[in-house]
Design a protein around this ligand. Sequence first.
Ligand SMILES: O=P(O)(O)OC[C@H]1O[C@H](OP(=O)(O)OP(=O)(O)O)[C@H](O)[C@@H]1O
Ligand code: HPA
Length: 195
Amino acid sequence: MSNELEADRRTIERVTELNALLASCDVLVTEAEMQAIYDRMAQEITQSLSERLPIVLAVMNGGLIVSGQLLSRLRFPLEVSYLHATRYRGSTSGGALKWLAQPDMLLTGRDVLILDDILDEGHTLKAVRDWCEAAGARKVWIAVATDKLHDRKVPNMKADFVGLSVPDRYIFGEGMDYHGFFRNVAGIYALPESH
Ligand SMILES: O=P(O)(O)OC[C@H]1O[C@H](OP(=O)(O)OP(=O)(O)O)[C@H](O)[C@@H]1O
Ligand code: HPA
C-alpha cells in the first residue's frame, strides 16, 4: 500500500474510533441546556460588570467556545484579548503549567474578566489570576462554564460566575478536549467510567 493510502486508512480508522467513543460517552448537559446556562451567566456578568469597562481575557484553548458564547451575549462596552496557559496538553491529567501566550494588554487599574471552560484543580486559573493581579488589575473576575466537584482544589480558588458543577469525571465538549478532539462538541459529555 502507498504511504498516502496507508495514511488515509489510519485517518479513517481514527475517525471511526473517535465517533464510537463519543457514542459510548454519557451526555451530562445537552446543547439546549448549555445555551440556557450561557444566558444566565451573561446576565450575572452584566449585573456585575456592565459599568466597569472590563478587559475580557479568553484562556486558550479551552476558553475559546465559552468566550464566543458569552461575549456575544454581553451588550456593554468591553475589550477582548486572550492568553494561553496549558497544563494538560492533550492529556487527561494535569502537569506543570506552561504559558504559551501572555495577555498583550495593559491591565493596570482595570477590571479583568477571565473566561475559561473548566475550573478543575484550579492551578491554571490561580496562575492566571496571580499574573493579572501582579500586572496591576484592579479586580480579577473569573467565569467558567464548569466547576468540577472534588476536594483537590487549590486553596481559596473559586470562580465568580459558574455555569454548572460537574462530577469528578473527565469531561469534554464546549471547548474542553479529549486528546485534542471534541472541543467543538456542543453540550458536555463524560468519558465512560471504565475508560
Ligand atoms: O483547574 P486545572 O486543573 O488547572 O485545569 C483547568 C484547565 O485545564 C484546561 O486547559 P489545558 O491545560 O487542557 O489547556 P487547553 O485549554 O489548551 O486544552 C482547561 O481549559 C483549564 O484552563
Ligand atoms: O475534565 C476535564 N476535561 C477537559 N479538560 C480538562 N482540563 C481540566 N480538567 C478537564
